[in-house]
Ligand binder design. Structure first.
Ligand SMILES: CC/C=C\C/C=C\C/C=C\C/C=C\C/C=C\C/C=C\CC/C=C/C(=O)SCCNC(=O)CCNC(=O)[C@H](O)C(C)(C)COP(=O)(O)OP(=O)(O)OC[C@H]1O[C@@H](n2cnc3c(N)ncnc32)[C@H](O)[C@@H]1OP(=O)(O)O
Ligand code: FAD
Length: 670
């Protein structure tokens, strides 16, 4: 059968595009070879028997239990396919922030029950086990001979890791640890895949030896029999129930009743317990938190990708949707022509690029610091932690706001499950909380900023990401320049000004007699604001630098568009933060009017390329999973086709009519 035709609106939009869409796709994939490899993986996966979702009942109609079973079945077939592929290539590729493995969304719309296996279980083994442990566990984990997750959070404690209650008490007589859950609040709660998928997990527990508590440490723990999958004696495990999203992630709870594991189950790359119970300290006890730093770094490119999916849906839909009649007698225009609609959409497209390039920069910084840590140099760990915390926090929160804006931009149809915007919304919203909650992570960065400000005022040497503070110690109003570099300077001035103000408040509260912790709490709204400003300045500075670099390497037509997106992001935020700029720079009302005018010009310049820009994200229909965003733009046909799949439409009259509605109506007639 011939493929259905692409709708006229999208054909016209594609003809308007001023740059080579493939060139941008290649840039996003890190080169033409990256695109080729991604296409290869996508074809491999989506052409595999049992993986295509084409003729299946949409996941949303399945019961909670069926949906989980469906996701497990698909994840297993998918793993086999990816394993074969990985065997021929570099397996570590799976951990790089590329789009190659996002093909999983073409197989299960929501989160895979294996996500924590590859995302945290394997990385923790890689980063925290000693060579002997790695040799034993890694091959089993990589081949799925064992299925794992990362069990840290408890019912009563998620943020405060030092407060975790699960205990691992060393017994030198048997050379074992005794894992125990002393209270209800000590139950592990949340880990993905823990409920009915994993048979092993990394358990983070308070280590006790010779009566001394040495704080939280990771342990490699088997929780289910590998043959029968029954929970092992002393293990209580189950599922936590339905959530706002993450329906197929299989989040679970876990408790131990004096459950014994061998001494060598403690991950011993950093700290160790010797046979006699002697504790050998890690060079840096924060290395235990290493997997979280890794995931926080990945979240930045992850949310950039989710934004690109939501953008593709909303922009294509806006090109197809016609509404209202601003000029009497004229046809209804595409909603994409309304400048308010462009304002909703284009910042989201630009933000996806900003987060992707900043995320790649963060990944490179992470790789560098971790290589140094491997050589025993921990100097840059605090800066990396501060950077990963604020970027994870701000990017996850901004991305969620942008996805919601994309949903609103699709009007009523954006509320349909078949648009896929609700699932994307759930996936992105969760990132604000997991791997460190927004405010908590912002306050971690604030700790670093407060120390950095002190160093700056003392005239001491500064680490790279905070060296800008020095410029503002004695002069907090920067001279305004109406160009991208001037906006970046403005944001650096805001960050320095807010850091200074927060530090002064902190001191003021202390001077008033408060102890440091209470003063910190009192100043914490300002401290979070300072972190947000610092992060925004980094996003502006890094993305403008990276997009300019990429533009210089691209064809002139693409280069122009990359710079337009970079500039749009800068101006959007300059306008959002105009009050701060008035405080911390010499910007005037006239300058702000010029920024507003330039913003509107940029919307106009980007308008002809709107569809080309989202086409360049190159997200296949099977991965997009959206009635509104498909490449051919057959929005109304798809909405109707999907509606007809509702099981309620399988019969003209539902039994509830006879059972309830008719009796109700009969009563009214009496
Ligand atoms: C073959 C291949 C086939 C297929 C492959 C296919 C696909 C898969 C591919 C790839 C997958 C890759 C990625 C997947 C991505 C994601 C994973 C998926 C989902 C994740 C789901 C969610 C998981 C979780 O949520 S896990 C639980 C996370 N929990 C938290 O984040 C808790 C937050 N709390 C904390 O981190 C801390 O307690 C704290 C709040 C930060 C600190 O509190 P506190 O001050 O009380 O702490 P301390 O006293 O201990 O520390 C103070 C001191 O330490 C410094 N510090 C703190 N943390 C760190 C750190 N991490 N690093 C360095 N330093 C740290 C802190 O700054 C203080 O220093 P100062 O005293 O000097 O200020
Ligand atoms: C979808 C999802 C998947 C998850 N997957 C996993 C997993 O696989 N493994 C795992 O171990 N965990 C997992 N988690 C748990 C997750 O890591 C925690 O929920 C997260 O770290 C937040 O901790 P919390 O729930 O204790 O929040 P809380 O810390 O209780 O936060 C509640 C509120 O208190 C505020 N607050 C807390 N402390 C402070 C403070 N010091 N200063 C100011 N305000 C504060 C917060 O800002 C927030 O507003 C998952 C969570 C979700 C939602």
């Amino acid at each position: 059968m011939a493929e259905p035709k692409v709708c006229e609106d999208l054909l016209r939009e594609r003809r308007k595009c001023t740059f080579d869409v493939t060139e941008l796709t290649n840039l996003i994939d890190g080169g033409a070879q990256g695109t080729e490899e991604r296409h290869y993986v996508e074809n491999l996966v989506l052409n595999t028997e049992g993986l295509s979702t084409k003729n299946e009942v949409p996941e949303e109609y399945l019961s909670h239990k069926e949906r989980y079973e469906y996701a497990v079945k698909k994840a297993c077939i998918l793993y086999e396919v990816l394993k074969e592929y990985a065997a021929k290539h570099n397996t570590m590729d799976a951990f790089k922030p590329t789009n190659k493995y996002r093909v999983t969304f073409g197989v299960v719309k929501d989160i895979s029950p294996f996500m924590l296996h590859m995302g945290m279980f394997v990385p923790t083994i890689l980063n925290q086990s000693d060579p002997e442990q790695m040799a034993e566990w890694l091959p089993q984990a990589m081949s799925m001979g064992i299925l794992g997750t990362y069990a840290q959070t408890e019912l009563g404690h998620g943020t405060f890791l030092r407060g975790l209650e699960t205990t691992a008490t060393y017994d030198p007589a048997t050379e074992e640890f005794v894992l125990h859950t002393p209270t209800l609040t000590a139950y592990k709660w949340w880990p993905g895949g823990l409920a009915h998928t994993a048979n092993h997990c990394i358990v983070v527990a308070q280590l006790y030896s010779k009566g001394v508590c040495y704080g939280v440490h990771p342990f490699f723990v088997q929780i289910r029999d590998t043959e029968t999958h029954m929970p092992l004696p002393g293990v209580k495990v189950g599922e936590i129930g339905p959530k706002m999203g993450f329906q197929t992630a299989n989040n679970g709870f876990l408790g131990f009743d004096h459950y014994r594991i061998p001494r060598r189950s403690m991950l011993m790359k950093n700290a160790q317990i010797l046979k006699d119970g002697t504790y050998v300290k890690s060079k840096n006890d924060k290395l235990t938190y290493g997997t979280m730093v890794f995931v926080r770094v990945l979240i930045v490119t992850d949310v950039a990708y989710e934004l690109s999916r939501a953008a593709t849906i909303a922009v294509r839909y806006s090109a197809v949707r016609h509404q209202s009649q601003p000029k009497p007698g004229q046809p209804e225009p595409q909603i994409l022509d309304y400048v308010t609609q462009q304002h909703k959409l284009f910042i989201g497209v630009a933000t996806s690029h900003v987060f992707r390039v900043t995320g790649c920069w963060l990944w490179d910084s992470y790789s560098q610091v971790i290589a140094d840590v491997g050589k025993g140099n921990m100097d840059q760990l605090p800066e990396l932690h501060a950077l990963a915390c604020c970027l994870k926090a701000v990017c996850s929160r901004d991305a969620t706001a942008r996805v919601e804006e994309f949903r609103l931009a699709c009007g009523g149809h954006g509320f349909m499950a078949s648009s896929n915007l609700p699932i994307i919304n759930g996936i992105v919203a969760a990132t604000i909380t997991y791997e460190g909650e927004y405010t908590v992570l912002m306050l971690q960065t604030a700790r670093f900023l407060v120390k950095a400000w002190k160093q700056a005022t003392l005239g001491n040497a500064m680490t790279p990401t905070v060296s800008y503070l020095v410029r503002f110690v004695n002069n907090d109003r920067v001279r305004w320049e109406n160009r991208p570099e001037g906006i970046v300077s403005g944001f650096l001035a805001i960050a320095a000004g807010k850091t200074k103000a927060a530090c002064e408040s902190l001191q003021e509260y202390e001077r008033s007699g408060m102890d440091y912790e209470d003063a910190w709490n009192s100043a914490s709204v300002q401290l979070v604001n300072a972190s947000e400003a610092h992060c925004r300045a980094i996003l502006c500075e890094v993305s403008w630098r990276e997009l300019s670099r990429l533009a210089a390497q691209s064809s002139p037509s693409l280069g122009k568009v990359l710079l337009q997106m970079g500039e749009l992001y800068l101006i959007y935020w300059a306008l959002e933060k105009r009050g701060d700029l008035l405080l911390y720079s010499t910007i005037t009302g006239a300058d702000i009017a010029k920024l507003q005018a330039r913003y509107e010009v940029l919307l106009g310049l980007l308008r002809p390329n709107a569809v080309g820009l989202v086409d360049a994200f190159d997200i296949r229909d099977e991965i997009l999973n959206s009635t509104l965003g498909a490449y051919d733009g057959r929005v109304y046909e798809r909405l109707m086709e999907e509606a007809l799949k509702s099981p309620l439409n399988a019969e003209p009259v539902n039994q509830s009519f006879h059972k309830y509605l008719k009796p109700l109506m009969m009563k009214a007639k009496l």
